[in-house]
Each structure stands twice: as C-alpha cells, then as structure tokens.
Design a protein around this ligand. Sequence first.
Ligand code: AMP
Length: 469
Amino acid sequence: MRKINEECGIFGVIGAEPMPAAGYTASALLALQHRGQEGAGIATFYSDDTLVCHKNVGLVNDIFGDFTRHVPNTHVAVGHVRYSTTGNNTVENTQPIETVHSRLTCALAHNGNITNAAKLRGQMINQGGKVFHTTNDSEIINMLLIEQMIRCGNIEKAVFQVMNILEGAFSLVIATPDKLIAARDKCGFRPLCMGKLGNATVFASESCALDCIGATFVRDVEAGELVSVDLSGKVTSMHQKDTSCRGLCVFELIYIARSDSFIDGMSVYNARLEMGRALFRQRPVEADFVCGVPDSGLDAALGYSLESGIPFVPAFVKNRYMGRSFIQPSQASREHTVNIKLNPLRAQIEGKRIVLVDDSIVRGTTSERMIAPLRHMGVKEVHLRISSPPFKYPCYFGTDIDSTENLIANHMSVDEICKKIGADSLEYLDLDNLRAIGKAHNAPFCTGCFTGQYPIPVVGCGKHTFDDN
Ligand code: AMP
C-alpha cells in the first residue's frame, strides 16, 4: 500500500521571446520550496517542440544546477515541488508529468487532491485498458486530457471538460509548445495566481514566487477558472458555472503558505497577525513575554504581543539546517528531530511566565517536546495559544495530515491535551474568529479539518491508495 501526498507548489511561464524559462522556474520553485521538499521537476520545450523534463527527488537547489545551465532559452516552462510525509519517494511520482501523444504534447503540474481519482483510475484501467506509470493522481488528469483532445482537438476545451470530470482540489499549470494553461477547481481549495515578467506571463501557487523572480502580481486565478495564454500573450478565460462551493483551504493561511504571499486578496502575514490578536482577545492571560514556535507560530505570536502589549521575545534558537519536523516518517524520528531543531534560550526565559504561540497541534508531538525543555530550563508558566481551532477531521483536499486516530484533538478534550503536553493553560482560536478573517476579505474558507463539514460531498473518498503499482 502506498500513501499519496499532495501538498505541492506549481509554477509556469510563457513568453514571445526566448528566455531562461527553466532558470526562472528553478528560482520560483526555490521560493515555493516550503510547499514541498520531497522532489521537484521542470519541463520545457526546445525550438523543435521536443519536450524536455528534468526531475528528481530532493531539494530544488540540489536538482537543477546543471540542467538550468545547459538548457537553451525557451518560450515556455512549468515546474513543480512535491511534498511527502512517508514513502513513495520515487522519481516516477515527481512532476511535471509529461505526455507525448499524437494529439497532445504537454507537461502538467498539479497541486491538490483529486477525490474521485481512484474511481476514474479504475474506470480507465477496466474500460480503456490504460497503463499507469505512477501512483500519482495527477497522471489521471493527463490521461483524461488525451481522451478529451481526441474528442475535441482543442486544448482549452479539453482542459475545461477535464475540470468538469475531476472532483476535489486542483490547481494546475499545463504547458504545450505554444500555450500555458492555468486552472483552479470550482472551490478554489489551493491558491494560484498570475503575474507578468516583462512581456511574459507567469502563474504560481503563491505570490512570493513572483516577487522572487521580479514578476509583478496581476491577479488570482479564480475558483472554477481556466486561463490560457498563447505565445503572443493573448489571454483567454473560461469559468465553470457552479460557484456555490467556494472555500480556500484555511490551512494555507494558518500554516502552509509563506507569510510574504497574498492569497485571494489576503495578506498571509496580516491574517496570521490577526489570528494572534484574536487569540489574546479571546482569553487574556498575564505573562512576562510572548514567544512563538519558530517559524510557524512567529507571526501569530507577534499579533498576540501587539494586541496584549506583552513584549515579544524569542524563546528558542532554531537550527536552520533542518527541514520541517513533520516530514520525518516515524514518530520516534519526529520526536528526535524536534529536539535537535529547537533549543530554549535560557538567558531570556528562565524564571518567566510565557505565552507560547504555535499555528496548530496535530499529533501533539511538537508542543509536548517543546514545553518539557522550557520547564527544564526554569520557565515558571507556559500558556500555550494555538492560532487555529482543534484539528479533528481528515482533509481530502491536499493538506497532508495523519489518520484521524492520530489527531490528538479528535479523541482528547482541550483540558486533557493541556495536561498531556504539560502546559499551564491551553487556548485554541475560535472558529468564528478564524472565519471572520475570511469574511473581512469576502473569502469563504474550507474549514473541514475543524468541523468535519466540507464544501463538497466527501462520502466515499478516503485518502486514496493505489495498490496496483
Ligand atoms: P504535531 O507536532 O504533530 O502536533 O504537529 C504540529 C506542528 O506541525 C505545528 O508546529 C505545525 O507548524 C506543523 N504542521 C501542521 N500542519 C502541518 C501539515 N499539514 N504539514 C506539515 N506540518 C504541519
């Protein structure tokens, strides 16, 4: 059994003049590295329309040095960074996914999770005798695209048809030798934005990737929208009719995205500050300092400090040479990683009462492993504040979480969790306060991981595993 992992970052660029498209893509993927550290890939087209794709497991900086140096200037490129927690760390499952077919030559990069992937895959294998090369649900999109191209011969119509067949979360960039197409599912679960780099057009999961290559932000791709750009820069847009289920994944704002990004008109940084401010208003506490868990809790901690007037100070020194602790495959290695990663700053916090802010508690590993050494170093009181509601339910739309039974809030009350992790008090952000941040921007959220209520039906969709590969 293989587990599928979905949190990813995507990028695409197209322009009339040949340019270092692969180089721009590598730089953009570096800016999106936080969205996926398992593997990465870049695809581009030579002047004779030959599709070249370079992908591997590992980090962006280790994968593309030689490739970007040797690839000539081209008109179009797409790239992908892939996230994983366990297993399946193979080159075959990295993206972009290439298709070379008599009706369609393209490279596709996908962020999200297709909830009817297993069903579609089964149908294709049984009825069409299709052979799949990966355990990746994104390959299904390519197969569907070929089918639709055979039917209608028009790439925009084909992608639009495929958008209607797919269920779940998808932000896509698809490159052909002369077009770049971006598409976002009708709920808008995962972010996707559009920018300009001189006369070239770019698409990226997050606006921080535009900033990093010197592109200017133009707009977000809307939920249910397909945007196609040709070599001359002409933009065509199509919209799906059903807009009733809008719901950006709220975890993008809480944790996944980079603070310097703007998503659907919202500054991720400001949203996190507001979460921290709301946490203080919800349950003020007397303390000497406010501290954030590096890096995920720092912005909300600053918000808490600004609202309360309690000074913001660092509580930990972070070892900058380690990845996110979540990506370690076993509980034992995760716990070990947390210890190496963060060491309390005794000189600052000994004998003090601190408010400690983090973005979320999933299994409870991070909180427990941090509070123990704080106590050990003589911190008098630790009041833990979490800038999201209790994480209780599975996500079917691409936030990589553990199984429900490992979600501590699913089977323990707030008081029980507080006791288990050794805090003096524990407060989670109220769901209404979280939703209010979205309402201020007219951006409804998917909050299914906190409520078990999702914007689209999830009956029958599990975190799919494909056994046949
Ligand atoms: P845990 O230690 O299992 O309670 O996980 C909580 C920590 O994992 C928090 O500090 C978060 O910053 C981080 N985190 C939360 N959600 C995710 C996710 N989907 N992927 C990776 N890390 C996460």
